[in-house]
Design a protein around this ligand. Structure first.
Ligand code: ZN
Ligand code: ZN
Length: 537
């Protein structure tokens, strides 16, 4: 056998050998092992023993390694399948919290403390905020509802003045069900039809192969604003859909990139409506963005507002304090135009789908197709598409992404929660980044009553995965026995990543062997046990 340290071997032969480290990662991926595990310290309060345990990145972080992303996609597909054609009303009763849920909250608590400390020290909190946003998503994914801090921002008392007009649509009397109608055929069979709807944004100019034919006339500004506010338009669509349908319509939707780099929406809807009504609702749905105007660039280049402690941002030439976010909103008079109005494009696709058909399966695969990719991930584009993406990033550079975006300074308004060190063009929110191209919202949108008894199952799947990764398969433990704490970066007690991966792969192999043993024992005696272990594996 040839040995890579054998100096007699020609250099080219040695270099053709794969790096051991790369093969390790490859093996880890084959075993479905997380390749970017997050170390957590687990304190056993019964024995007083403390140890460091790796948790899969997919359980705590928004950006997932390939095995975690794959696992996440499978769980999402299961969740989608389970709620789509539900034939009985989901009952909503909170379960008791489990260990994974508790350590997520503890992990979140630690990051809150870190964030508070950073803010107090006047440090940039963008990175911690990004982690916190991901954690909050994981807290929901682990089966906990709502935002941990409650409503993030208090609703403005005057917002009613800018009430959105209800579009002119038919309206059915509201019933309290979440289930769609059923139809009985002449031979007595009951059908429960559902819908698969695709909604796109309007045209910003002619494209060929996802790339504008004339970049100079392509409306990048509109494209950028539409992407930034897309989640609001989806909310409006759901509100209108429920009003027209006359029942509490449930949905599972995925926001995905189109080749032209605009977000679009695939939506599995429980129950059915006439195709023409869906198209009517999409056509009538719009969202108005009531933000201050950005027509007038007041500060640019070296001429930028100056921060004054205790006061806020002021104009460097006049010393005049800039209006705060709330003041700027209050100053919008009755005749003001909205900064932006969003509508869907006229390409609306509506497909009727029956439970358990190959069509339904195909839609579910479609819904999760892009879950492992971000909006700005190259969709197979070459040079032209890179340039298109770059122009999109350019259009987003000075576009305010939220009330607290530093870009407001450019237009003479203090961002909400203004603090020292803000500068237009230097917003760190992910909406401006090339991976997101304006859309910083969630990729999967699931209504609250999509599935419930099945959500418990979904949680169980996830829990099995996490426990399996922790090497503590389904062992019943006292729920209050362990306390989890994050491990600070660079902690000397955390072994190198390669060592941890090797251990996890070994753990996984032992686990598989154990399952096979259980299966072998169960054959012939109890088929359901085989099913059980088969599913867990
Ligand atoms: Zn991972
Ligand atoms: Zn921003």
């Amino acid at each position: 056998m040839t040995h890579p340290h054998d100096r007699a071997l020609p250099r080219a032969v040695r270099q053709a050998m794969p790096m051991a480290r790369d093969v390790l990662v490859e093996v880890a991926i084959l075993h479905g092992v997380c390749i970017r595990p997050v170390p957590l310290r687990r304190l056993d309060i019964v024995t007083g023993k403390s140890e460091i345990i790796d948790v899969p990145c997919g359980a705590v972080l928004a950006s997932k390694c390939p095995p975690c992303a794959k696992r996440n996609r499978q769980l999402r597909m299961a969740q989608c399948r389970e709620g789509w054609h539900l034939d009985s009303e989901p009952t909503i009763t909170p379960d008791e919290s489990n260990e994974e849920q508790r350590w997520l909250i503890e992990f979140r608590a630690d990051y809150q403390a870190q964030r508070d400390a950073a803010e107090k020290a006047g440090d940039d909190t963008a990175e911690i905020d990004a982690i916190i946003t991901g954690l909050d998503e994981e807290i929901n994914a682990a089966g906990m509802r709502g935002n941990i801090l409650g409503r993030k921002t208090a609703k403005r008392s005057r917002s009613t003045r800018r009430r959105q007009d209800a579009p002119d649509l038919p309206k059915r009397k509201m019933t309290s069900t979440t289930l769609g109608r059923t139809f009985t055929s002449t031979d007595g069979k009951t059908y429960r039809p559902s819908l698969f709807v695709t909604l796109t944004l309007p045209s910003y100019g002619k494209v060929r192969d996802g790339v504008p034919i004339d970049p100079d006339t392509y409306d990048y500004r509109r494209a950028a604003r539409d992407a930034l506010h897309f989640p609001k338009l989806v909310d409006r669509f759901v509100q209108n859909l429920r009003r027209v349908a006359g029942y509490d319509v449930q949905y599972f939707a995925a926001v995905e990139p189109q080749k032209r780099l605009a977000p679009h929406l695939h939506m599995a809807i429980r129950g059915t409506l006439p195709r023409t009504e869906i198209k009517q609702i999409a056509a009538a749905t719009y969202h108005q963005v009531w933000w201050p105007s950005t027509d007038d660039v007041r500060f640019d280049g070296d001429h930028l507002p100056i921060w004054q402690d205790g006061n806020g941002y002021l104009d460097p030439s006049t010393g005049e304090l800039l209006p705060t976010w709330d003041e700027a909103l209050d100053a919008l008079d009755k005749d003001a135009e909205p900064l932006h109005v969003l509508r869907f494009g006229d390409q609306v696709d509506v497909q009727g789908v029956l439970a358990g058909t190959p069509d339904a399966d195909q839609c579910i695969r479609y819904l999760s197709k892009y879950l492992t990719k971000s909006i700005g991930d190259s969709l197979g584009g070459g040079q032209a598409q890179c340039e298109h993406a770059a122009r999109m990033v350019d259009a987003l550079r000075y576009e305010p992404c939220s009330p607290s975006c530093p870009n407001w300074l450019r237009y003479g308004v203090q961002p909400k929660n203004a603090k020292a060190g803000m500068a237009p063009g230097r917003c760190r929110s992910k909406a401006h980044k090339s991976e997101h191209l304006g859309y910083a919202g969630r990729r999967v949108l699931v209504s609250r009553k999509w599935s419930n008894k099945t959500l418990a199952e979904h949680k169980q799947d996830r829990r099995t995965w996490v426990l399996e990764a922790l090497g503590q398969a389904a062992e019943p433990t006292d729920p209050h026995r362990y306390v989890w704490r994050p491990v600070p970066a660079g902690d000397a007690n955390v072994p190198p990543l390669a060592v941890r991966l090797l251990r996890t792969v070994a753990e996984r192999q032992r686990w598989r062997a154990h399952l096979r043993e259980l299966e072998a024992r169960a054959v012939g005696s109890d088929l359901s046990a085989t099913e059980e272990t088969g599913r867990a594996a």
